[in-house]
Write a protein that binds this ligand. Structure first.
Ligand SMILES: Cc1ncc(C[n+]2csc(CCOP(=O)(O)OP(=O)(O)O)c2C)c(N)n1
Ligand SMILES: [Mg+2]
Length: 278
């Protein structure tokens, strides 16, 4: 699909997310919206992963480290053919359902259980090292939240990624500047996040608009070309992206829209989608 078509798709998938959250009566809506274009770009433009090769040892590997954004992950996996969107919408977060509120690897397409923050990158370091030892050409990707970077385990993994020169590893930070209870810089500030990663020996790429599929694609291409060290993308996104009802509002980290808010959001998504028309 062309970039513009994918940008439009991101708004359709936002509607799927909101439908899931309303039906399941709960969900991490803000981070779903900020991460949407990151997931769409990875799954539709970058990673060699599909239902056809899900057991191929040479497939690319992906870990959704910010596992609370599972609704966006389900929407993208469904579009990719790993699951049925109507089934997910009906069953999300229902008692006894397999579509639970965080990723679990019993579902097709999901490599690792996540939700407890700070574990995706450490596991990806191991995966990337194993791939290299097996002389595989595949790449390993993870997406972390910026609040998640307060976990010490992330920085141990950052050190190890540098130590082993893992240029087959790429991390994307969903830099929406909010975490569960407010502004990341007030809760556990990153100072100069780019410099912080750089000082650990990583190649750092700033994605000025982390909700731009075009910019994300260019950055991921650069990551692929970078040799000798791992790469991190700092993707400057908007939490709640897609509707003024929830944009940049910490209270929408985990929230169910009212009927009125729902209708407004869907209208906003469709307007923004139309604005991207060819
Ligand atoms: C180890 C751990 N501590 C606390 C939580 C609870 N929690 C869920 S989401 C979240 C905030 C995460 O913020 P961020 O990483 O910035 O995610 P985003 O803004 O993308 O939603 C927290 C603290 C958790 N899931 N895991
Ligand atoms: Mg955040």
């Amino acid at each position: 699909m062309e970039l513009q078509e994918l940008s439009r798709l991101a708004y359709d998938l936002r509607k799927d997310v909101v439908d899931m959250i309303v039906a399941g009566n709960g969900g991490h809506i803000g981070g779903d919206m900020s991460v949407m274009e990151i997931l769409v770009t990875l799954y539709f433009k970058q990673m060699n992963i599909s239902p056809e090769n899900e057991n191929d040892p040479d497939r690319d590997l992906f870990v959704m480290s910010k596992g609370h954004s599972v609704e966006a992950y389900y929407a993208v996996l469904a579009k990719k053919g790993f699951m049925e969107i109507e089934e997910v919408k009906k069953q999300f977060s229902q008692f006894g359902s397999k579509y639970i509120g965080h990723p679990n690897n019993k579902l097709p397409g999901i490599e690792m259980n996540s939700g407890s923050l700070g574990h995706g990158l450490p596991v990806c370091v191991g995966m990337a090292l194993a791939s290299r030892m097996d002389k595989r050409e595949n790449r390993v990707y993870t997406v972390m939240g910026d609040g998640e970077l307060a976990e010490g385990s992330v920085w141990e993994a950052v050190m190890a990624g540098h130590q082993y020169h893992l240029d087959n590893l790429c991390a994307v930070v969903d830099r929406n500047r909010l975490q569960i209870s407010g502004n990341t810089e007030e809760i556990m500030g990153h100072d100069d996040l780019h410099e912080r990663f750089r000082s650990f020996g990583w190649h750092v790429i700033d994605v000025a608009d982390g909700n731009s599929i075009e910019q994300l694609c260019a950055a991921l291409d650069e990551a692929r070309r970078t040799k000798g060290c791992p790469t991190v993308l700092i993707a400057n996104t908007i939490k709640g992206k897609g509707s003024a009802v929830m944009e940049n509002k910490a209270s929408w980290h985990h929230h169910v829209p009212s009927q009125e808010e729902y209708e407004q959001m869907i209208k906003d998504f469709m307007e923004r989608k139309e604005a991207l028309a060819v």
